[in-house]
Design a protein around this ligand. Structure first.
Ligand code: WT7
Length: 560
């Protein structure tokens, strides 16, 4: 059996230190919101700024740990008054406004399963996720409700209440609610977050997480993000994606530091101004954003000074070595790439502050994380011991933030594991020094601007256009986005390809899916390559698009 990456495990649990740092609920149990907020609100950190909120316009608002405890208690009381019980699903669909944070933390306090959704999703992905997640209460804003939810309002049977946080009605409820709340006695194995992630086939999967993940979020905050007591931390991810909850909400609050929240979208000038003016000391961002900053030029960065900045990390897609070096040029420090997934709940492999960065590598498994490279087929697992040989990245199951299921899809969950190892679906290799290098994904899932997009969901929406018979969707390499969503469509008889029709299909997709998910390019195809059993061969579409060898086409339907 494989014996790599093991020296730091077994002897003593590496999570012990993080476990000791957490308080636990008075009387027993563990609840993320208690560890993240109430624990600090009850002590000397009560008046420390938890969230420094920067509004779209120039408004700003500081929310202390004490205030966040009170506001999240109000939300918890409102949920209770709406009948939310332990295990019920609270869906949060808000832009990055202060209420989002209180709504999420309040839900955790109730023992609810909290699922934050990305506000740039269109009605279709929202409806799919709210239904898959059995959403009971939806927290949103009046504007988002009008734009996205209204048209699907009748199609979400489990939804009992919609709380529009900026409406008069919700304001009255929140203001009238008590600032005190007794947190539901959750255990480390009780569900906390539900985060949707996309696969190759079928609808998204709801990855179920637990309160015990706090141990991992605390530990990785220390070891992978180098958080220290006085830090000002900025995670640029939206809480609609797991990075934005694990590291945009939970980890910094667990550490009692100040977390910057910017409501606005990416803007190079604005981001540099935030880094400087807010004295950000630890910054967690993503390759697409870094590439966009690089495009604006290092001179733009150098017009300002960042004496407080100490550590920069990146996640979500491969970080090109040039980006690591650019960090040296623009900020005088390298950018530390790290790797994880929705399923892992927290950072697993990283270039830490204590390590020499290898530009282009994701780093090494963190203490307590056991990683390996393996091949799996019908005959079993073959472990890759040799350096630099590519295979699937696998992780020894059992780390504290490991997902505990795909909601209602037990079989799919089971298939991710074999012999006590979790199979990530990523291809990677490990070099002789123990650093891991990302090679690619083993499936057809698209990574665009750091967001995982399932081709099936896009194809389904395209096929609802009256002129479209079939659609095949791929990720096409893009210098900024990593990959961009490209669709090939086959038209129904009686329709002719035209620019007008292309725009009509594009418009349809944007309206249904939202700008974050809709294809950026659409091409007409006379016959999409299909297997004899009728499945669109996305792999072949991609090879043809890129002018690469077509590989094994033995299952291809005649003449396609
Ligand atoms: C997939 C997970 C990152 C956590 C939140 C997003 C890709 C992630 C890296 C990296 C190359 C990376 C993988 C992974 N990925 N980090 N440092 N280098 N690829 O989680 O949406 O579930 O995406 O993102 O393919 O499996 P996610």
């Amino acid at each position: 059996m494989n014996g790599v990456d093991r020296p730091h495990i077994i002897r003593k649990s590496p999570w012990d230190e993080a476990r000791r740092a957490l308080a636990g609920l008075p009387g027993g149990g563990l609840n993320i919101a208690h560890e993240a907020v109430d624990r600090h609100a009850a002590g000397p950190r009560a008046s420390r700024v938890a969230l420094r909120w920067l509004g779209m316009d120039e408004t700003r608002r500081d929310i202390t740990y004490g205030e966040l405890a009170a506001l999240s208690n109000r939300f918890a009381n409102v949920y209770r008054s709406l009948g939310v019980a332990k295990g019920d699903a609270v869906i949060v669909l808000c832009g990055r406004i202060p209420e989002l944070y209180a709504a999420v933390l309040g839900g955790l306090k109730c023992g609810a399963v909290v699922s934050p959704l990305f506000a740039a999703f269109g009605p279709e992905p929202l409806q799919t996720r709210i239904n898959l997640g059995h959403g009971k209460v939806l927290v949103t804003t009046e504007a988002l409700y009008e734009r996205k939810v209204k048209k699907i309002a009748g199609a979400m049977p489990t939804l009992a209440h919609v709380l529009k946080v900026d409406s008069g009605e919700a304001r009255t409820m929140i203001d009238a609610a008590s600032e005190r709340f007794e947190i539901e006695r959750t255990s480390p194995d009780d569900p906390s977050f539900l985060h949707f992630t996309s696969g190759t086939t079928g609808m998204p999967k709801g990855a179920q997480h637990v309160h015990g993940a706090a141990v991992m979020h605390y530990a990785t905050g220390t070891v992978a993000l180098d958080l220290h007591d006085e830090d000002i931390f900025w995670c640029t991810a939206d809480p609609g994606w797991i990075t934005g909850t694990s590291y945009g909400i939970v980890a910094p609050l667990l550490h009692g530091v100040t977390s910057v929240v910017d409501e606005a979208e990416f803007d190079a000038e604005r981001w540099y101004a935030i880094l400087e003016a807010e004295k950000v000391s630890v910054w967690y961002t993503a390759p697409t954003a870094i590439r966009m900053l690089m495009k604006a030029g290092a001179e733009v960065a150098k017009r300002r000074a960042y004496p407080s900045l100490r550590f920069i990390a990146s996640v979500g897609e491969p970080l090109n070595p040039e980006a690591v070096w650019w960090g040296m040029d623009a900020f005088g420090m390298p950018i530390h790439d790290n790797w994880w997934q929705t399923e892992t709940g927290g950072i697993m492999i990283a270039n830490t502050a204590a390590m020499d960065v290898k530009p282009g590598s994701m780093g090494k498994p963190l203490p307590g994380v056991e990683a390996a490279i393996a091949h799996r087929d019908a005959k079993g697992i073959r472990w890759v011991e040799a350096p630099d040989e590519q295979g699937e990245l696998v992780l020894r199951a059992g780390w504290p933030s490991m997902f505990r299921g795909y909601l209602d899809q037990e079989e799919r969950y089971r298939k991710c594991f074999a012999q006590g190892w979790y199979f990530t679906g990523d291809l990677a290799r490990r070099d002789a020094d123990g650093y891991y290098w990302f090679v690619g994904r083993a499936d057809d899932v698209i990574k665009s601007a750091g967001h995982l997009i399932g081709p099936f969901e896009v194809e389904s929406a395209l096929m609802e256009h009256p002129a479209v018979a079939q659609a095949g969707v791929i990720g096409k390499p893009d210098p900024m986005l990593g990959e961009m969503v490209k669709a090939f469509v086959e038209l129904k008889p009686g329709n002719e390809p035209s620019e007008e029709l292309r725009l009509s299909i594009l418009g349809h997709a944007r309206k249904r899916l939202g700008a974050a998910v809709a294809p950026k390019e659409i091409a007409f195809a006379t016959a999409l390559p299909r297997t004899r059993s009728g499945k669109i061969m996305r792999r072949l579409l991609k090879a043809r698009e890129l002018g690469l060898p077509e590989g094994d086409t033995s299952t291809l339907e005649e003449g396609a």
